[in-house]
Design a protein around this ligand. Structure first.
Ligand code: MN
Length: 200
């Protein structure tokens, strides 16, 4: 297996009451496991073997749906787990806060824009905070398992923060109330990790 499922750096119940342990367990140990296995299956024995996800995504428009969907599922969930954590929430500081203020006017305006992108993504998908090639920040959303590293995506760049808005990310606890899950997500964001990605 060339692409490995990451262990979480916190327990399945660590994000309660915002994200419940059962949802976390199924999401990581079933959904993410399946994306990872199917991505490896799609890559093995093909010309993509040995390439990084970034290299694969840069030309994903010419690859199979299996590579696009499962590669995105593998990568997007890695980022999602790592940009959450117990003791998260609040507001970013320093360079990240300055960049957010510069791009969106204020943290409150950024929060509103990101939450709206997540809430209005029709069907399944993700919302993103992206660092674009010119260094500026943008908010976007993608359908299915697409992401900003993919050549076929409208808003391209380095993903800094993401939220999964597939129903499997919230349905057990929130049922159809996606906006409540999105509001809860702000309490578990690991801003240190997001800052690290901005500087990388
Ligand atoms: Mn998911």
């Amino acid at each position: 297996m060339s692409f490995k499922l990451p262990d979480l750096s916190y327990d399945y119940n660590a994000l309660e009451p915002y994200i419940d342990a059962r949802t976390m367990e199924i999401h990581h140990s079933k959904h993410h496991v399946a994306y990872t296995a199917n991505f490896n299956k799609a890559v093995e024995g093909s010309s993509l073997e040995g390439k990084s996800v970034e290299e694969i995504f840069a030309k994903v428009s010419s690859e199979s749906a299996a590579v696009r969907n499962n590669g995105g599922g593998f990568y997007n969930h890695n980022l999602y787990w790592s940009n959450m954590g117990p003791g998260g929430g609040g507001e970013p500081t320093g360079e990240l806060l300055n960049a957010i203020n510069g791009a969106f006017g204020s943290f409150a305006d950024f929060k509103s824009k990101f939450s709206t992108a997540a809430a209005t993504r029709f069907g399944s998908g993700w919302a993103w905070l992206v660092k674009q090639a010119d260094g500026s920040l943008a908010v976007s959303s993608t359908p299915n398992q697409d992401n900003p590293l993919m050549d076929l995506t409208d808003v391209k760049g380095t993903p800094l923060l993401t939220i999964d808005v597939w129903e499997h990310a919230y349905y057990l606890n929130y049922q159809n109330r996606r906006p409540e899950y999105i509001e809860a997500f702000w309490n578990v964001i690991n801003w240190d990790e997001v800052s690290k990605r901005l500087k990388a």
